[in-house]
Write a protein that binds this ligand. Structure first.
Ligand code: HPA
Length: 273
């Protein structure tokens, strides 16, 4: 259970460093952190300096919070996130989402790099997350509920908010960026899936698979935030092509679509309230 006192201490620490009051939050996934470089007048705080934050060690991630302006909106971006597979508890993984909420963030854009399960998709495609499947068998809300943070049994029927999905589709169309849509399945990792697991995941109804996003999205909805999820499909999932998966490829493909990804998210932020 996340403790209100720790959340408020962290919020107060951040507020003591900057006058910015972000309304939009962003979690930037593997290879997608360059979006944070677009933030104007950035105020950067390494996670290691933020009270109660864990430290992220995943390759391909800088580990800092960046607060500033993007398209005239005040935003707070996580450049690098905490993954369950690194050994962090789900409280640690999702703590920054609670802090963003305490800072005043009402809308959260969660991004990730993931594998394409739907064989109509291609590496390098971007995908709007319409829904998710939690395959990990745990949940960040397990434990006593803190009613000050959210309700005991939150409804997840519209986890990825229709208003924000509409904005994303509209911006993609205007900017001529092809944007797939689909269901994201959360896999714990750190090992990639097997070919048999990918067949199972497809049968269960997922279009993409990755090792993040779902815990943060659940906690954001618990905190009554609107969530938008955007995936970069960096590879065909295991067994679809006759080639092994590699993290280097994931990072390489994610950075190749950087321009499109940055253009899409900036356009979305511009249109958000
Ligand atoms: N599976 C799980 N996570 C991933 C993948 C994948 O194929 N690609 C990038 N992240």
């Amino acid at each position: 259970m996340q403790r209100l006192q720790e959340i408020l201490e962290t919020r107060d620490f951040i507020m003591s460093k900057t006058d910015n009051q972000p309304k939009i939050g962003m979690i930037l996934g593997s290879g997608l952190g360059s979006l944070a470089n677009e933030i104007e007048n950035p105020f950067k705080i390494p996670y290691s300096e933020i009270p109660h934050f864990a430290k992220s060690e995943a390759i391909g991630h800088a580990n800092e919070l960046v607060i500033g302006q993007l398209k005239g909106k005040t935003v707070v971006a996580m450049k690098g996130r905490f993954h369950y597979y690194e050994g962090y508890t789900l409280d640690e993984v999702t703590f920054p989402v609670r802090v963003m909420k305490a800072l005043g963030v009402e809308q959260l854009i969660i991004t990730n790099a993931c594998g394409a399960v739907n064989t109509d998709f291609n590496p390098g495609d971007l995908m709007l997350i319409t829904d998710h499947i939690n395959l990990v068998g745990t949940n960040p809300l397990i434990g006593p509920n803190n009613d000050e943070l959210g309700t005991r049994f939150p409804d997840l029927s519209q986890t990825y908010h229709p208003d924000l999905r509409n904005i994303a589709s509209k911006v993609a169309k205007e900017k001529n960026i092809s944007l797939q849509q689909g269901v994201y399945a959360w896999w714990s990792g750190p090992a990639y899936e097997t070919p048999a697991e990918i067949r199972m995941i497809r049968t269960l109804g997922a279009d993409a698979v990755g090792m993040s996003t779902v815990p943060e999205a659940i906690v954001a909805v618990h905190g009554k935030m609107k969530v938008l999820g955007i995936s970069c499909l960096t590879n065909m999932a295991c067994g679809i092509l006759d080639q092994p998966l590699s993290h280097d490829e994931v990072i390489e493909v994610a950075s190749k679509v950087r321009t499109q990804f940055v253009g899409l998210v900036k356009g979305i932020v511009e249109e958000m309230e």
